[in-house]
Design a protein around this ligand. Structure first.
Ligand SMILES: [Zn+2]
Length: 88
């Protein structure tokens, strides 16, 4: 009788531990979304980037820090800024 009660307590304890571990893992994967960008921090830019792999071109119209313009990625590669002629 005592053994049965002990087994029940152990099973409950194990269930709680497994639940806590699972909840911690799930919490680890849940990443809070970044804060909304403040429109006042955006500076207008007009930089065209080209994908070195497939040739896709995009135009960046606004950025947060113009001094540290970071190239977007396409085809898993950093895009390169195009200093081409407009409309060409
Ligand atoms: Zn690409």
């Amino acid at each position: 009788m005592l053994w049965t009660a002990l087994r029940i307590v152990l099973a409950l304890g194990a269930a709680i531990v497994i639940y806590l571990i699972g909840a911690a893992i799930v919490r680890h994967f849940k990443v809070a979304p970044p804060a909304e960008p403040d429109p006042d921090d955006l500076e207008p830019v007009a930089v065209e980037f080209e994908c070195v792999v497939c040739g896709t071109r995009v135009t960046m119209t606004a950025t947060q820090r113009q001094g540290e313009l970071e190239a977007p990625r396409h085809c898993r590669e950093d895009m390169v800024a195009v200093v081409g002629e407009p409309g060409g």
